[in-house]
Design a protein around this ligand. Structure first.
Ligand SMILES: *Cc1c(COP(=O)(O)O)cnc(C)c1O
Length: 380
């Protein structure tokens, strides 16, 4: 059975062009980038070329780009690294209640070290209130960490404005842009971003590789002790193939940004209007006006989301209930709870995330399947 993959916020299928670009570095060009002979120097050059490409796309300097193992590591390193290195300046960090666990759990760790964290509420659309943000800033606030776009409901924050407020107050601004990069515009200069996380597997690149951007002159603790790789910040032999793949995937995504955005959002709109015309009592969670183009988080009143997911799986359709990272547990999603859904409603919601390989036929099959399953479940 062919899978109908509609969980592109969890991860994406690698683009064939990305794989092609990576293969030589897994086969013949296997030199260690720290070695001085030409086989090693080729690897070194491939890494630095990739770094230049990424920097150009983000609009920063190559020396501000660090390759990591992915979004989680980048978030951990940015937040812990900046907080610990700037402790003399202050002890207070501001974030939101709808961040990815990579940010929330990192903040919890810092709380144990004595940092004070303010977890901002969001409104029913998942938006951070800018006035509220301003009001919780203190003299000892050193860092604000707000995600660019949410992985569950897709809500996009006004990060340019948040970055501006942070800068005016002499506070560093980190953004988890893992869901945004590759589909939304990004420019760290224009958007006043001091540090940023991205992850290749969310935009048709390989898993296990990400980027941390940190603006020059911002102190942060190194994350792995050892060799001198990544300008002494992250020791360990570089994953050349993955680094090359990340840069290629980012390049492809950037070239075709508008085209994919249009394709994906029109498929999503087609899905939602079809669904709403054919099933009663469905609500779209989050910010309909201002969300990721492929995101559709839907509440099916009176239906268990987990059962719905499993029934769709039997038909080869992959979707997510709540966040992918918490789907092993039965807790309601912290994001849906934060936008005001009660436990029952949160557990009656599923996330469909459409990507560039999805087709209209797949959406038709999804709608047809949903009608059958939802009606069956509501009748028992
Ligand atoms: C997927 C995701 C992460 C984690 O990235 P990994 O590369 O899987 O570690 C962090 N933040 C957001 C918003 C994500 O969607």
């Amino acid at each position: 059975m062919e899978n109908i993959y509609l969980d592109n916020s969890a991860t994406t299928r690698i683009d064939d062009r990305v794989l092609e670009e990576m293969l030589p570095y897994l086969k013949s060009n296997y030199g260690n980038a720290s070695s001085l002979y030409s086989l090693g120097r080729e690897s070194k050059k491939a890494i630095e070329d990739a770094r230049d490409k990424v920097a150009k796309i983000l609009n920063c300097k190559s020396s501000e780009i660090y390759f990591t193992s992915g979004g989680s590591e980048s978030d951990n390193t940015a937040i812990k690294g900046i907080a610990r290195a700037n402790r003399k300046k202050g002890n207070h960090i501001i974030t939101s209640k709808i961040e990815h666990r990579a940010v929330l759990e990192t903040c919890k760790t810092l709380e144990k070290e004595g940092f004070e964290i303010t977890y901002l509420d969001v409104d029913r659309y998942g938006r951070v209130d800018i006035e509220k943000l301003k009001s919780v800033i203190r003299k000892d606030t050193i860092l604000i960490s707000i995600m660019y776009a949410n992985n569950e409901i897709g809500t996009i924050q006004d990060i340019e404005k948040i970055g501006k407020i942070a800068r005016e107050n002499g506070i560093y601004f980190h953004t988890d842009a893992v869901q945004a990069v590759g589909i939304l515009d990004i420019d760290v200069e224009k958007q006043n971003i001091d540090s940023l996380s991205l992850s290749a597997h969310k935009f048709y690149g390989p898993k296990g590789i990400g980027v941390l951007y940190v603006k020059k002159n911002i102190k942060f603790e190194k994350f792995i002790d050892g060799g001198h790789q990544e300008r002494n910040k992250r020791a360990g032999t570089e994953n050349v193939a993955n680094i090359v793949g990340l840069a290629k995937a980012l390049e492809i995504a950037t070239e075709s940004l508008q085209e994919h955005k249009n394709k994906i959002s029109s498929l999503r709109d087609y899905f939602e209007s079809n669904l709403k015309s054919k099933i009663e009592n469905v609500t779209i969670n989050g910010d309909i006006e201002n969300r990721l183009p492929g995101n559709s988080n839907i509440l099916f009143l009176g239906v268990n989301g987990q059962d719905l997911l499993l029934n769709l799986d039997m038909l080869g359709i992959c979707v997510s209930s709540g966040s992918a990272c918490t789907s092993g547990s039965i807790d309601p999603s912290h994001v849906l709870t934060a936008i005001g859904l009660d436990e029952e409603k949160a557990k009656s919601s599923i996330r469909i995330s459409i990507g560039k390989y999805n087709t209209k036929e797949e959406i038709d099959f999804l709608v047809k399947s949903l009608i059958e399953i939802v009606n069956r479940q509501r009748n028992v």
